[in-house]
Design a protein around this ligand. Sequence first.
Ligand code: NAP
Length: 199
Amino acid sequence: MSVLTAWQFLITQGHDVVNPLQPEQHVPVPLHGRTVLVNGAAGGVGHLALQLVKWRGARVIAVASGVREAMLRDLGADAFVDYSRAAPEDEIRDVDLVVDAVGGAKSPRFLRTLKPGGALFPIFGLGYEDNGEAARLGITVSTTQVRSSGAQLAEIAPLLNDGTLRVAIDSVYPLADASRAHERAAKGHLAGKILLKVT
Ligand SMILES: NC(=O)c1ccc[n+]([C@@H]2O[C@H](COP(=O)([O-])OP(=O)(O)OC[C@H]3O[C@@H](n4cnc5c(N)ncnc54)[C@H](OP(=O)(O)O)[C@@H]3O)[C@@H](O)[C@H]2O)c1
């Protein structure tokens, strides 16, 4: 679902089911030649979003904790901000798109990092309070809820096969230890995905 989330936000939504998070359908924006900031870039959705925007020809600024810099540069980040050292919304200006894979109530802080005409996509759309600032700045704020899609997974599979998209593995647990995997997830600060081993 992480890769489908990134795909449906960034490439094509691929369905016309009513968006439960906003009245209008989410529409991806052009990426080629644009500058995109990905917040929460080390997480399950974030590290795949980063790679999709690189694949589509954008320059990417990754925001994560400092320990993730090498991983994210290896995945294609052109620039990196360690949010524990500097607030990205104060450091970065004039980006075309912010993909906020942390999202929530703090997402509006990224409005000031965007160009007029830019877009902010909070992946976790709940808690975003629109006080009219986005409209004043000419910025589109849009979110959506992922839907399963075999057709989109079939489009994505070749990108995984040829290494265009790489899935970072945070940790591996036997299926019988799935409760430990949940404990790991609850601690947060994931680097990619947790894998459950069936055999
Ligand atoms: N709209 C949808 O359909 C949809 C679908 C899937 C997920 N989501 C939502 O999207 C969010 C991300 O999901 P996920 O599966 O990618 O989560 P995740 O794997 O837990 O990743 C979250 C990442 O955020 C980083 N992070 C935490 N605090 C941060 C901060 N202040 N600034 C920057 N990075 C920070 C964490 O690592 P570091 O702190 O070490 O950098 C972690 O890598 C969740 O809220 C989830 O509920 C929405």
